[in-house]
Write a protein that binds this ligand. Structure first.
Ligand code: CS2
Length: 489
């Protein structure tokens, strides 16, 4: 079967990409070309270019740890398809905003070169929580991380923060003008946070370099906060075959997504930007509130369903939310634990938002797996769940439902062999777990992991009691016990 490309599409009947071959000029460097970036950022940018008639925002995309997506996109002229699944799904579409796809690992020098290019005005990133190399103890850059240290020592950088900072340094030396760095990951105040990490990296450089670089960053680089939202499962071999049948061409970089997509962005750009509002993005001055709501309502419930689902043999998020008790637990976590501890952005109706989120989780056509959402728990639970636990404990309330989600995560860690635990801290977590694994042994051991729990939470007896209560129910009584306790406890 012929491969998807402009040439292959042109020789056939049927719809053509929104942007014709050769029309797009690069203006954005993107780090992290995973499925989410292709189904979200690339789609918004393509539609913005097409709707506004301004094609100068083509994406030069770099993969991070693996070169797979770069190898898939290169022979396809950067083209790939998005298949929407669920009610009101749009027909299959070819997306045409990626003008170049490269492996960042294999071309670390090129990342900096492209960031330093005068035509680049924006750097976007979707590198997931673990890509930021956060020191959980300080919440800043993990300068003890070996890769961060090697990047600081001057090798062609491999960490995203190293690549961005070195690229900006090169840009300052080339006098290529102001630029904007846009984090599109699920982190609170992701723009401010990325700014802090980039500035920390710059500050760690020898003083002859750091002084001039920091002054240049302050005058030339902005870091708007954003909130991104679209559920994008991992593409399966079966999905690729379905796309091939429908398209009549082979697309190795195809992605599958729910119909819903949302992007809320702070309008703080140093050197212009695509008209993403023409593609449905919302520009707001209240992005931190949007991000907190999304992270602590949607992502927190997603994680809760993933770990409850994994504990009871449910493979997908839609199966997990189809279990009445789990739906009730999610709903009660949102209304009883989360809503009272956050300030919703102006204009957002909390009740309607929660109902919409639960409806999206129920999308059975999406096939979003509990294993995928449950991956990298050590990087996610602090931001999604412990923030809510802390907020409630500080206000003298019991975070009953958020504690259930944390207990389910603990049990997942304790019952999954280290080699199968999909988490960058798998080895560290398993090293502190005792060989006999019960609530009484696992909970204190994991609470003692300073990379995840700060001393206040680790020593809070009320929190430990809640965790023990839920852990025992899952461990001793399984799904029936959970049903009983959630409905009648
Ligand atoms: C999910 C998110 O895998 C996960 O951790 O919770 O990727 C989620 O699907 C997106 O943030 C939705 O916008």
């Amino acid at each position: 079967m012929a491969r998807l490309s402009y040439g292959a599409l042109a020789s056939r009947e049927g719809s053509q990409p929104l942007l014709p071959a050769g029309a797009v000029k690069p203006g954005i460097v993107h780090l992290g070309l995973g499925a989410f970036a292709r189904a979200h950022t690339a789609v918004f940018t393509e539609r913005a270019m097409a709707a506004s008639g301004d094609p100068d925002w083509g994406i030069i995309g770099f993969t991070q740890r693996s070169d797979t997506v770069a190898r898939q996109l290169a022979p396809q002229d950067g083209l790939f398809t998005v298949t929407e699944r669920g009610r009101s799904a749009a027909p299959l579409r070819v997306v045409s905003s990626i003008s170049e796809a490269l492996s960042g690992r294999d071309n670390p020098g090129t990342v900096g070169e492209r960031i330093a290019s005068e035509t680049t005005k924006v750097v976007t990133l979707t590198i997931t929580e673990k890509g930021y190399r956060i020191d959980p103890r300080t919440g800043g850059l993990n300068t003890a991380d070996e890769d961060v240290q090697s990047d600081l020592a001057g090798r062609p950088p491999l960490t995203a923060i190293g690549q961005i900072t070195r690229g900006l340094q090169r840009r300052s030396r080339a006098d290529a003008g102001p630029i904007t760095v846009v984090s599109c990951d699920n982190l609170p105040s992701n723009g401010e946070f990325t700014r802090k990490l980039v500035h920390s990296f710059a500050a760690e450089l020898p003083s002859a370099e750091s002084g001039p670089l920091i002054s240049w960053l302050e005058a030339n680089v902005t870091f708007p906060n954003t909130m991104v939202d679209r559920m994008v499962p991992a593409t399966t071999a079966g999905d690729l075959d379905t796309v091939e049948r429908e398209l009549g061409l082979r697309d190795e970089a195809a992605v599958v997504a729910e119909p819903f997509r949302q992007w809320v962005i702070e309008d703080n750009f140093a050197s212009g930007r695509p008209r993403w509002e023409d593609a449905g993005a919302i520009f707001s001055t209240d992005v931190a509130a949007w991000e907190a709501a999304k992270l602590r309502l949607l992502n927190a419930s997603h994680s809760m369903l993933a770990y409850l689902g994994l504990a009871s043999g449910k493979t997908t998020i839609s199966d997990a939310v189809g279990e009445d008790a789990f739906l009730a637990a999610c709903s009660r976590m949102m209304t009883e634990d989360v809503i009272p501890s956050i300030t919703l952005p102006a204009g957002l109706d909390g009740e309607a938002y929660c109902a919409q989120v639960l409806g999206r989780f129920a999308n059975a056509a999406l096939g979003h797996t509990t294993a995928k959402v449950g991956s990298d728990g050590s990087q996610k639970i602090g931001l999604r769940l412990l923030s809510t636990v802390r907020g409630n404990l500080d206000a003298g309330r019991e975070p009953r439902w958020a504690a259930l989600a944390v207990a389910a995560w603990m049990r997942h860690v304790a019952t999954t062999p280290a080699s199968r635990l999909d988490d960058p801290l798998a080895a560290e977590l398993h090293a502190i777990l005792p060989s006999t694994r019960t609530a009484a042994t696992v909970i204190p051991a994991l609470l003692g992991c300073p990379s995840i729990f700060d001393a206040d939470l680790a020593d809070h007896t009320g929190f430990a009691e809640l965790l023990t209560h839920w852990y025992r129910i899952i461990d001793n009584h399984g799904l029936d016990g959970l049903r009983n306790e959630i409905h009648h406890g």
